[in-house]
Ligand binder design. Sequence first.
Ligand SMILES: [Fe+2]
Ligand SMILES: [Fe+2]
Length: 287
Amino acid sequence: MRIGVMIGSFDPISKQTIACARKEMKCQHLSLVLYVSEKQGILDQRNREKLVQKAIRPYRRMRIASKREADRALKRNAVLLNCDASDIEQQIRKGSYKNAAAGIGKELLQNGFYFEEIAEAHCSAHRYAHVKAMSALAVDLAKHSGVNPDKAWQAGMMHDITKRMDHSEAEQIMQNWYPQYLHLSENIWHSYTAVIWLRENLGMRDKDILHAIEHHTLGDGRTRLDRILFVADKTDPTRGYDAEKELNLCRRNLKRGTEIVKAEVKEYLQQKEGICVENTDSCTETA
Ligand SMILES: [Fe+2]
Ligand SMILES: [Fe+2]
């Protein structure tokens, strides 16, 4: 049986790449070696290799090879396969995890792989700066509150992911999934639409993260991660005011600190815009 060689950055390996490889292997009766190039990727070579390893596990005639092995095979008349999927890989890096090779989605999510690229692709530059700063703050608060800092970072990176979703798409999601909140200000919808977007595009199922995102605007969640996300969202350094006193209180007593931040936000909005008379929650800050 001849050997086929596939060389790529596999950043990350896609469903289409596996399908193409299988087709070529069948048509040309090949066994396949894959060389994950050292070329700079978003993920380092080791992580890309780990993902390829997972993706090819079900296929007995596929294996990973070193550069030397791949070169040697090519010199001995191996078939060089071209299954370029760079466009698809780019889509995955922007949040279309469903195009990732079967078996690696869980790994992508658990490690938060490409979360920065996804957030950057879906946010304005200003919002992306906010998202990064608030995620770092959320990690800091999590470490002081006995909360998993990875979850805090992931929730922070994804909390505003649907802020730019167009009206009709957002309205459709609200009608389907959250009809009870349709009456709330449209600025608040992104807390709910984000949950659906993350489930559908990334396959995210982490209840703690999704719950915190769902409640980040109104601050009406009760878990520690809910509180952390709310506080970090309202006090991140890009907002340009000194919230160190409130943050220090949160580091010592998260529940008390969150109540103070929530009260201050309400007061600020009332003074600034003269709103929030009846239902303060429904017109709270929309960051
Ligand atoms: Fe938000
Ligand atoms: Fe935000």
